[in-house]
Design a protein around this ligand. Structure first.
Ligand code: PRP
Ligand code: ZN
Length: 202
């Protein structure tokens, strides 16, 4: 039987990329030198890797242009496509936090009432606030969210924290954890079969 090509979508640049490639190598896949920034062919199997923005990985997999993706649980939850999680990969461990200026008087969940919160995760944050009956206004930013309080664009932020360095550098402190995240191997609901061709060793 002819084997179909298996396509993985992984992060183009950032915290997930190197560990994602190492995970693919750990499955026995070999890759030559990268000729093109956005795609790479495996040299010992009919596998190709697409390098894309991590925010876009769920849609690549949902629309079946990639069979599998490696994406943070935070991005998967924000995009909410109905994908299957095949493995939790135990890297890119981080938490989504609500954080406030170090000198802020806000100390409790209730203190968030009436505040402006900047985030790249409006869906996750909106659901959290609704569930806790907190009325705050959400400002959506694509990046550099930690700058918003010092520019008086927001009173608080909701963003990923890994080491805590970015918060500290911007005079912020974590207030409340919203969700835990790690890298996940995901596939679409009907691409599971194709993955039987790959021997997942981890
Ligand atoms: C996340 C987050 C912070 C940083 C926190 O960005 O948005 O900027 O990491 O990490 P730290 O606690 O170790 O300083 P990410 O690398 O995911 O980039 P992106 O938000 O642009 O995708
Ligand atoms: Zn960020």
């Amino acid at each position: 039987m002819k084997k179909n090509k298996i396509v993985f979508a992984i992060q183009k640049q950032g915290r997930l990329k190197e560990d994602s490639m190492n995970y693919l190598r750990s499955m026995g896949l070999d890759f030559g030198s990268q000729q093109c920034e956005m795609r790479l062919k495996c040299t010992n199997a009919n596998v190709e890797v697409l390098f894309v923005r991590d925010d876009d990985i769920p849609v690549y997999v949902y629309r079946k242009v990639a069979d599998c993706g490696i994406v943070g649980a935070n991005v998967l939850a924000e995009k909410s496509f109905p994908l299957i999680t095949l493995r939790r990969l135990n890297f890119a461990l981080c938490k989504l936090f609500i954080a406030v200026p170090q000198n802020a008087a806000f100390a409790t969940l209730e203190d968030l009432n009436g505040l402006r919160i900047a985030t790249s995760y409006p869906k996750i944050l909106g659901e959290f606030l609704a569930q806790k009956a907190i009325k705050a206004s959400i400002t959506v930013l694509k990046g550099a969210v930690e700058l918003a309080p010092s520019l008086n664009l927001a009173d608080a932020i909701c963003d990923l924290v890994q080491s805590g360095k970015t918060l500290r550098e911007n005079g912020l402190k974590p207030l409340l954890p919203i969700m835990e995240s790690e890298a996940l191997l995901v596939c679409s609901t009907d691409s599971q079969q194709i993955l039987n061709q790959i021997n997942f060793t981890r």
